[in-house]
Design a protein around this ligand. Structure first.
Ligand code: PLP
Length: 382
């Protein structure tokens, strides 16, 4: 059995359907299920809080931080465990020392994960949000953003890969612009981490929020936030918990961790952490991240080519892609989505502009993409 078939055998959901929606949630591999069930079984058998409970839990958390650090190219001290991407985006966005009239910049390609924390900050602190229009020319995002910077700008918050168009934004250039003007840069890595190589130090970002349930194929409820050593002290704590503090004094208040742990929550479900770790181990040790990234990219390029040849289909995603390919159909997008689902081909729709989007997982096959293209032939035309 070749490598791809071995991997597919561990992800049963990809055999019962043409699963092209990893950008929403990756299919669960057997080792993730096994780790979660084992954790629950031990909670059932052992009554949860045994003498070694916290030792084991902190070992689990440490390895998850270390593995994220290894994948993101940073120090484990710069990783906070979170519940999902949006959790990390909130921690940073709401933790900036906002004063009324301060400004934030985002783009018109963003998910609620970046936008809603900004909207909440606007409501709470009276900030202004400036929107960079990068829809047609994402490669020029750094220049467009720089034109929006004023002396009041404190934060640039945007995604590395747009969930709408699949465009990969030039984060390194944007980081240079941000730092030239003394502005913090927060990146939503929901559609990049696990789908393409990400080196936070090379990119020069201050914060980078990621999750487990998409390109890592881990469980829901588990994510991570990279906070650079220099930026940690520039953002205040929004959710204070026993995970946040190294100690406290009833009269003096809490002494937060000096590292990224200062953003962490207290109680979490250990089975979720066990699943998160199992996904990280499976991806790095069994699948191989280089192999996975290469395959995701190649399949995305194949998808662009196959779709471009279907009458009535227009590919939206630029040539520089990660694992998302967005396309428009002349026919009604919702009707096409439904017709594809009836053939067990799973994609999704995205808004502004209303389009269909597929994700190429490393476990997908070239034949599955051909099946999608063939299914679209009679559907795409108005
Ligand atoms: C770009 C982007 N950001 C954030 C999210 C939300 O991620 P999470 O559910 O991990 O908060 C998604 C997808 O759901 C996304 O595509």
């Amino acid at each position: 059995m070749d490598r791809l078939m071995e991997i597919r055998a561990q992800v049963p959901a990809v055999s019962t359907q043409v699963y092209l929606n990893t950008g929403t949630a990756g299919p669960m591999p057997e080792p993730v299920r096994a780790a979660m069930v084992e954790s629950l079984a031990s909670q059932l058998a052992d009554g949860r809080i045994r003498a070694d409970y916290y030792v084991k839990l902190s070992r689990l958390k440490r390895e998850i931080r270390e593995r994220h650090a290894a994948l993101l190219g940073c120090d484990p001290e710069e990783i906070a465990l979170t519940q999902n991407t949006t959790d990390g985006m909130n921690m940073v966005t709401l933790g900036v020392n906002w004063q009324p009239g301060d400004e934030a910049i985002t783009t018109n390609l963003e998910h609620a994960g970046a936008l809603f924390p900004l909207f909440a900050a606007r409501q709470r602190y009276g900030i202004t949000i400036r929107i960079a229009d990068v829809l047609d020319r994402p490669e020029e995002a750094a220049a467009v953003i720089e034109r929006l910077i004023t002396p009041r700008t404190k934060l640039i918050s945007l995604s590395h890969v747009s969930y709408i168009t699949g465009a990969v934004l030039p984060i390194r250039e944007i980081a240079e612009v941000a730092h030239r003007h003394g502005v913090l840069l927060l990146v939503d890595g929901a559609q990049s981490f696990g789908a393409m190589p990400v080196d936070v130090k090379a990119l020069g970002v201050d914060f980078y929020a990621v999750t487990s349930q998409k390109w890592l194929c881990g469980p829901e409820g588990a994510g991570a936030l990279y906070a650079s050593r220099d930026a940690i002290s520039q953002v205040r704590i929004t959710f204070a918990s026993y995970g946040t503090a190294q100690s406290y004094d009833l009269y003096g208040g809490l002494l937060p961790w000096g590292n990224a742990k200062k953003f962490e929550q207290g109680t979490v479900q250990p089975a979720v952490l066990a699943g998160q770790l199992a996904a990280l181990r499976w991806l790095t040790e069994e699948v191989g991240t280089d192999w996975a990234h290469g395959r995701i990219r190649r399949l995305a390029a194949d998808a662009r080519e196959l779709l471009a040849a279907v009458p009535g289909v227009t590919v939206v995603t630029p040539a520089e892609t990660a694992g998302l390919v967005t396309f428009q159909v002349e026919a009604n997008a919702d009707a096409v989505l439904k017709a594809l689902a009836a053939q067990e081909i799973i994609v999704r729709t995205v808004p502004h502009p209303r389009s269909l989007r597929l994700s190429t997982g490393f476990y997908n096959t070239e034949e599955e993409l051909e099946r999608l293209a063939a299914a679209l032939q009679p559907l795409a035309r108005a």
